[in-house]
Design a protein around this ligand. Structure first.
Ligand SMILES: *[C@@H]1O[C@H](CO)[C@@H](O)[C@H](O)[C@H]1NC(C)=O
Ligand SMILES: *[C@@H]1O[C@H](CO)[C@@H](O)[C@H](O)[C@H]1NC(C)=O
Length: 434
């Protein structure tokens, strides 16, 4: 028990903590930033709050990112901004409002007047890749066959504009301006194309993935931006939490093999192989509606379904509405899996989860429960305080409101809106501010 006291004490001290000393590579920014920055400056900014432990955990990574970008001679400048500086109003301070920060820590890059929100893993590699991609040219020119091949070896999915200047090039560049947060954009002239790459017409936007290439056609694929959003993942891949979340705006369903985190059983490997086989062999039929992949470890997916999941197993998730589907029976063969997918498309399998009012309420309770359980386990008194304090504030609040109001119904949405701002959650953060 004695070793818990310093933990509690440091938690309390954290609440009262003074800002950490500024590092040489990371500048502390305030509300004057938008006026004082140069028009061509590129900034990578972390928004934090002094009481947020996830923000603290990011500090050393942020320092490394700052120092590494500096030593590479990058044009990207690194800063951080306390998003909680306006007392009593922790989401509406000047800069924070400008960037529409909803959760902490939030990472943005601002370039010209466009703000890009980073939603990937909070690792040095992830953030550096984002900084290089978004901070660099919108469309990177591949000037030789060697450069082309080098890029192909580094990127599983690669969009390339091929041809001279055209209206399509204009559309491509404007798509890149928005979607550079997600993927690289390249351009090349026809004489540097690798052997075997011969689009039917030029100019063209060509997508390289899954060992082949696809030529965009407006007639067939619709709007260019939506096509890029839809197709920017490999057909079959290892999927982590961030990727699965990001796959949401592709609009496709995801067929998942759920595996153990490590020491995968033979049964697990069978599931994974089966999904891969279907992904590869039935690509033409299903890739319009489905992505395929496997996930190692069930923590994220348990949160997604708000309950236990069997491992190994199969699941189809609909990220557009937080829904999911479980196979009605065991899946032993390729045909079973194909039948399951067809049934999902036909609507003959029960859709679970979703984002209806009841499910959202369930999610609030689930989130509160999961974030408080570890606190109760480690520090029951603090846990009790954390629960009782807001509950009693809410009770007083509702008491005061109800005296004047006949019904509580309207408050429901307000509670929903308030809940996410209080925690450092990635699930609920904004995609991209405009
Ligand atoms: C460019 O985009 C506009 C508007 O979205 C569209 O009408 C036009 O057909 C596109 N042009 C090409 C060549 O794709
Ligand atoms: C997935 O969710 C979207 C958005 O609610 C919905 O339009 C679509 O029909 C769902 N797909 C399936 C297969 O249920």
């Amino acid at each position: 028990m004695a070793d818990r006291i310093p933990v509690l004490l440091s938690a309390l001290l954290l609440l009262l903590a003074a800002p950490p000393p500024a590092s040489a590579f990371v500048e502390e920014l305030d509300d004057s930033f938008m006026e004082s920055r140069g028009p061509d400056d590129i900034w990578l900014i972390k928004f934090y709050a002094p009481w947020c432990t996830f923000c603290k955990q990011l500090d050393p990574v942020w320092h490394q990112v700052g120092s590494e970008l500096r030593s590479h001679g990058s044009l990207v400048q690194v800063g951080k901004a306390d998003a909680s500086v306006n007392p009593g109003c922790f989401i509406c301070a000047g800069l924070t409002k400008e960037f529409r920060v909803r959760t902490y820590p939030a990472i943005f890059m601002v370039k010209k007047d466009v703000k890009y929100n980073y939603l990937g893993p909070r690792t040095k590699d992830g953030i550096m890749d984002f900084a290089d991609r978004v901070g660099g040219p919108l469309v990177r020119s591949l000037r030789s066959l060697q450069l082309f091949q080098h890029a192909m070896s580094r990127h599983d999915v690669m969009f390339v504009y091929i041809g001279a200047t055209s209206q399509l090039k204009g559309n491509y560049t404007s798509a890149a301006e928005e979607l550079i947060v997600h993927t690289y954009f390249f351009s090349a002239s026809r004489d540097v194309l690798p052997e075997g790459v011969s689009p039917a017409f030029l100019p063209a936007v060509v997508l390289f993935k899954d060992g082949t290439f696809f030529t965009y056609s407006e007639e067939h694929d619709g709007d260019l931006k939506s096509w890029i959003k839809r197709e920017r993942f490999p057909n079959f891949m290892k999927i982590d939490d961030y990727t699965l979340y990001a796959m949401g705006d592709s609009g496709k369903l995801v067929v998942l093999a759920l595996l153990e985190e490590r020491f995968q059983s033979e049964e697990s490997l069978r599931c994974k192989t089966l999904v891969e086989k279907v992904a590869v062999e039935h690509r033409d039929t299903y890739s319009r509606n489905f992505y395929f992949g496997f996930m190692e470890g069930s923590e994220y997916i348990r949160g997604y379904v708000m309950g236990e999941v069997t491992i190994p197993s199969f699941m189809v998730v609909n990220l557009s509405n937080d829904g999911y589907f479980l196979p009605p029976g065991p899946i032993a063969t390729e045909d079973h899996l194909l039948d399951f997918m067809d049934a999902v498309l036909e609507g003959s399998v029960e859709a679970r989860g979703g984002n209806g009012v009841l499910q959202r309420l369930r999610r609030m309770i689930y989130d509160a429960k999961t974030s408080l359980t570890p606190v109760f386990r480690d520090a029951p008194v603090l846990g009790g305080f954390l629960v009782l304090f807001p509950v009693s504030v809410a009770a007083v609040f509702f008491y005061l409101c109800c005296k004047n109001r006949p019904s509580l119904k309207e408050d429901e949405d307000e509670v929903m809106l308030m809940a996410p701002t209080a925690k450092c959650s990635k699930k609920l953060s904004e995609k991209k501010s405009d």
